[in-house]
Design a protein around this ligand. Structure first.
Ligand code: SAM
Ligand code: SF4
Length: 330
C-alpha cells in the first residue's frame, strides 16, 4: 500500500486533470489567440495509451477522480476509447469531461457507451453574436443542440461553465441562470483569470462572485449556501430560495481556494503541473516512453513536494504561467 499523496502543507491529492490536446476548434479570446495557438509538435503529444498508463500509475498513488480536458478534448480521435480505459482502472471512482460541446452531439453516444456520465460544458452566453465575439466562431446553435442531445441520452450531472467578464457578458448572467434552472443544469460562473498569455487580463474586468450573487439575488430572491459542500471542490454552490436548482461559482480570483486544493495536472505533452498557475513543471513523457512506472511515481511525488501554498493573483508577487490556458488544460 502506497503512502497517500500529501504535499508539504498536508493537502491530500486525489484528483487528476489530464489535458489530451492543446488544440481547439474555437478561439475564446481569454484562452487562445485568434490566429490559433502555438501547438506542441505531434510527436511530443502523449498517445492515448501513454495517458492511460499515467492514469494507472497515478491511481496506484491514490488518485480517485480524473477530469479529461484540453484544448478541446473532443478534437482528439478515439477519446471515448481513452475514457473507457480510464474508467476501468482500479481505484478510479469518477471520470468527467470538460468540453466546449461543438463535437459533443456527434460523439455523445460513443462517450455514453464508454461509461462517461459527468460533463462540464463550456457556454458563456446564449446570445449568438456575443458567442461569436467571445469565441470568434458562429457555433452557438451547435452547442445548444449538443446540450439537448446529451440530456436526452441521460448524461448527468451536466454543468455549464461560464466565464464571466465585466463589460462583456454581464448581461448573460440572468439568462444563463434561467436556462440552467429550466433544464435542471447547474451553471457555474468562473471568474476571469490571467491565463490568456496575451496580457489581456486585468483585475478591473473580473466580475466577482459577490457581484454576480447580488444580481442573482435581485432576480431570484434569497440564495442559500449549499450545506455539506465538498470543501476540496473548487466551486462554491448556492441553492435558489425556491428550491429549484443550484448555481456555482469558481471564485479563483476573489476567493482563492488554494488551501483546499487536491489537484495535480498532466499536460498534453507530458508535463506534470501542481497548479494551474505553476511556473515550473516536470517532464514525465520520457519516463512514460521508457515504461518507467517507478520513475513516474517518483516524479509525481517530487513535483507535489514542490507545490506552493497558492497562487497570488492580484498581488505584485503574481507571475503569469508561461503557458496559456489551452496548453495547460483547464
Ligand atoms: N475546451 C474545453 C472547454 O472550453 O471547456 C476544455 C478546456 S478549457 C481551457 C477549460 C475551461 O477553462 C473552460 O470551461 C473555460 O471556462 C475555462 N477558461 C479558459 N480560459 C479562462 C480564463 N482566462 N479565465 C477563466 N476561465 C477560463
Ligand atoms: Fe478552446 Fe476551451 Fe480554450 Fe475556449 S476555453 S479556446 S473552447 S480550449
Amino acid at each position: 500500500m502506497q503512502s497517500p499523496l500529501l504535499d508539504r502543507f498536508g493537502r491530500l491529492h486525489d484528483n487528476l486533470r489530464i489535458s489530451v490536446t492543446d488544440r481547439c476548434n474555437i478561439r475564446c479570446f481569454y484562452c487562445m489567440p485568434e490566429e490559433g495557438g502555438q501547438y506542441a509538435p505531434k510527436q511530443e503529444i502523449l498517445s492515448l495509451d501513454e495517458i492511460a498508463r499515467f492514469a494507472g500509475v497515478a491511481a496506484g498513488l491514490g488518485i480517485r477522480k480524473v477530469r479529461i480536458t484540453g484544448g478541446e478534448p473532443l478534437v482528439r480521435k478515439d477519446l471515448a476509447k481513452l475514457i473507457e480505459k480510464v474508467i476501468a482502472i482500479p481505484g478510479i471512482e469518477d471520470v468527467a469531461l470538460t468540453t466546449n460541446a461543438l463535437l459533443l452531439g456527434a460523439q455523445a453516444k460513443d462517450l455514453y457507451d464508454a461509461g462517461l456520465r459527468r460533463l462540464n460544458i463550456h457556454l458563456d452566453t446564449l446570445d449568438r453574436e456575443r458567442f461569436r465575439t467571445i469565441t470568434r466562431r458562429d457555433e452557438l446553435p451547435r452547442v445548444l443542440e449538443s446540450i439537448e442531445i446529451a440530456q436526452s441520452l441521460g448524461f448527468g450531472p451536466i454543468k455549464l461553465n461560464a466565464v464571466a467578464v465585466k463589460g462583456l457578458n454581464e448581461d448573460d448572467i440572468l439568462p444563463m441562470a434561467h436556462y440552467g434552472r429550466e433544464r435542471g443544469i447547474e451553471v457555474r460562473f468562473i471568474e476571469f483569470m490571467p491565463l490568456d498569455h496575451q496580457g489581456l487580463w486585468d483585475q478591473t474586468q473580473v466580475l466577482s462572485m459577490d457581484q454576480m450573487l447580488e444580481r442573482l439575488r435581485a432576480e431570484f430572491g434569497p440564495m442559500h449556501a449549499m450545506p455539506d459542500q465538498d470543501e476540496r471542490a473548487p466551486a462554491t454552490e448556492f441553492r435558489y430560495g425556491d428550491g429549484k436548482g443550484s448555481i456555482g461559482f469558481i471564485a479563483s480570483v476573489s476567493k482563492p481556494f488554494c488551501l483546499n486544493c487536491n489537484r495535480i495536472r498532466l499536460t498534453a505533452d507530458g508535463k506534470l503541473r501542481y497548479c494551474l498557475f505553476a511556473v515550473e513543471e516536470m517532464d514525465v513523457r520520457a519516463l512514460l516512453r521508457a515504461g518507467d512506472d517507478a520513475g513516474i511515481e517518483t516524479a509525481i511525488r517530487e513535483n507535489l513536494m514542490r507545490k506552493w501554498i497558492g497562487h497570488e493573483i492580484g498581488t505584485k508577487n503574481f507571475v503569469p504561467p508561461p503557458r496559456p490556458m489551452y496548453a495547460i488544460g483547464g
